[in-house]
Design a protein around this ligand. Structure first.
Ligand SMILES: Cc1cc2nc3c(=O)[nH]c(=O)nc-3n(C[C@H](O)[C@H](O)[C@H](O)COP(=O)(O)O)c2cc1C
Length: 188
């Protein structure tokens, strides 16, 4: 099973479409669990650090289903627009809530040898490389906390309006090729 996390706050925009095409390419090969973060009710991490003791979060909200979808996944996909040189705030809340995983896999060194490949799809309205580099570093770090390997990414720059993806040359082929490379990287 592959868990696909949609992080845009704009339904049906560029990054939603990118992840739809990517998952469509994988559809007849494996089960896909789609998560639209804007539909989930997630509280902010309280920084209590209780999870450092038992790798569990004390907050009882929609994170419980999301933890389950992450645990069940053989691979993880994330799509996010660039917001202020970073990822969206919806995604950042989810990332902060990964502290129980970081406690288990990184702080307590209980990383499993099973490699979960991760892929990041991003879009922004500017060409400025540092925006994409920053977002990439955040996702690399997030994946590391989830015991997930950053396989690769695909960024489309200069997309402002909701439908701007359709103006990118061969966007669909590029996304489908990336999905094939991703799928070939592991045996599900
Ligand atoms: C609050 C906000 C902040 C943004 N900040 C950036 C930015 O720092 N750099 C950038 O290139 N684009 C930025 N954008 C533009 C979006 O990344 C761009 O429009 C993207 O295509 C939106 O993806 P979506 O259609 O999937 O929502 C921002 C958009 C919003 C709403």
């Amino acid at each position: 099973m592959i868990t696909a996390i949609y992080a845009s706050h704009r339904e049906g925009g560029n990054t939603d479409k990118m992840l739809d095409i990517f998952t469509d390419q994988l559809n007849n090969k494996t089960e896909i669990k789609k998560i639209k973060l804007i539909n989930y009710n997630l509280n902010l991490c309280k920084a209590c650090l209780d999870c450092h003791q038992d790798s569990k979060c004390i907050l009882n909200d929609d994170i419980i289903t999301l933890y389950n979808d992450i645990d069940q996944a053989d691979g993880i996909l994330i799509s996010s627009p660039i917001y202020f040189a970073s990822v969206t705030s919806a995604l950042k809340i989810l990332i902060d809530r990964a502290e129980p995983y970081r406690a288990k896999y990184v702080l307590n060194d209980q990383a499993s040898s099973k490699i979960k490949p991760g892929f990041f799809l991003g879009a922004g309205s500017y060409q400025t490389d540092i925006f994409y580099k920053n977002a990439k570093e955040i996702i690399i770090n997030y994946f590391h906390s989830l015991n997930t390997e950053y396989f690769d990414d695909l960024f489309f720059k200069g997309l402002k309006e909701k439908d701007d993806l359709s103006k990118v040359d061969f966007y669909e082929e590029k996304i489908r090729q990336a999905a094939n490379r991703y799928y070939n990287s592991f045996n599900l």
